[in-house]
Design a protein around this ligand. Structure first.
Ligand code: COA
Length: 265
């Protein structure tokens, strides 16, 4: 099995992969990955199409993220995901990256454990059905890359700038992004020093997207984030596990109110 680098020409196959798994990625989301990681998005081809994928995104500060580990149903069990993970880890090691992280589904977890990943924290997808929009909160667009770096534990500035092409809002002590999805409007990342700012940012999001199905990925260990989601009509839908290979630089769960997405961190 020989993984190859993915390009924008693969977009139709990649969309078929993620949509086939019921995932939320839009063409824009795949293009963002290819832009952030032009050399380290990989695929395995079979019968002239890409049937398995994995992406390594190198953040600043010695941390990289692996996402979009996915094999078409009828091609599973042939070692494709293993080969793609091996390739991502070789690339991370070649770049001297000390810590590789990912959010594992129950299906992916055994594979990652074999490759040396250890538990970091549970993460969850929460969903909200379309309902009446919240009252309108108006905020300037923007974000704080220093706050993000301290909370996330790595520099994901290029990712934030890319997400900023959709919607962002800066409140007193934090910021949040929103982007469209194939299945649902996505809230996050949302990073804030205090729950009051995060509450305002969640209301900003719902004032714009409350009429749609919404996703909000969070750490269940962040009680304030969980409470905000409950109060706004979100319910847990999927449980994943954040895992790390190598020592994780310091990060702050209590300031991360919404994740950027399981494929991004
Ligand atoms: C997880 C996933 C990517 C594995 O892809 P794959 O190409 O089948 O993976 P591999 O063939 O390299 O197998 C890797 C491991 O998966 C498990 N696995 C693979 N096929 C399996 C099957 N038919 N039944 C049960 N376990 C299986 C095994 O643990 C295997 O390890 P082994 O080779 O030591 O037995 C694939 O199941 C998938 O796309 N699942 C849905 C999306 C998902 O959850 N992705 C993970 C995101 S973190």
């Amino acid at each position: 099995v020989e993984p190859r680098t993915l390009t924008t020409a693969d977009l139709p196959d990649l969309l078929a992969l993620s949509a086939g798994a019921g995932w939320n990625q839009t063409p824009d989301d795949w293009l963002r990955l290819l832009e952030l990681a032009p050399e380290t998005c990989f695929g395995v081809e079979a019968g002239g199409r890409v049937v398995s994928s994995a992406a390594l995104i190198v953040y600043g500060g010695g941390v990289a993220w692996i996402g979009m580990v996915l094999t078409l149903n009828e091609h599973r069990g042939r070692g494709y995901a293993t080969a793609l993970m091996d390739r991502c880890l070789v690339e991370a090691d070649a770049r001297g990256i000390g810590c590789v992280k990912l959010d594992a589904t129950a299906q992916g977890e055994p594979l990652y454990r074999k490759l040396g990943f250890a538990d970091e924290a549970p993460v969850e997808r929460w969903t909200r059905p379309p309902s009446a929009a919240a009252s309108r909160g108006e905020f300037a667009a923007g974000w704080d890359e220093d706050l993000d770096r301290a909370a996330f534990g790595a520099d994901r500035g290029p990712l934030l700038r890319s997400l900023g092409r959709h919607e962002s809002a800066a409140a007193g002590g934090g910021f949040a992004f929103a982007r469209p999805g194939r299945v649902a409007a996505f809230f996050g990342p949302c990073v804030a020093r205090d729950g009051e700012s995060a509450a305002q940012l969640a209301d900003w999001f719902l004032s714009r997207h409350g009429g749609e199905t919404c996703f909000w990925d969070l750490f269940p260990g962040n009680g304030a984030a969980r409470r905000l989601a409950v109060e706004r009509g979100f319910q847990p839908a999927r449980k994943l596990l954040r895992m790390a290979r190598g020592p994780s630089p310091a990060w702050r769960m209590e300031e991360q109110f919404a994740l950027a997405g399981f494929e991004l961190g």
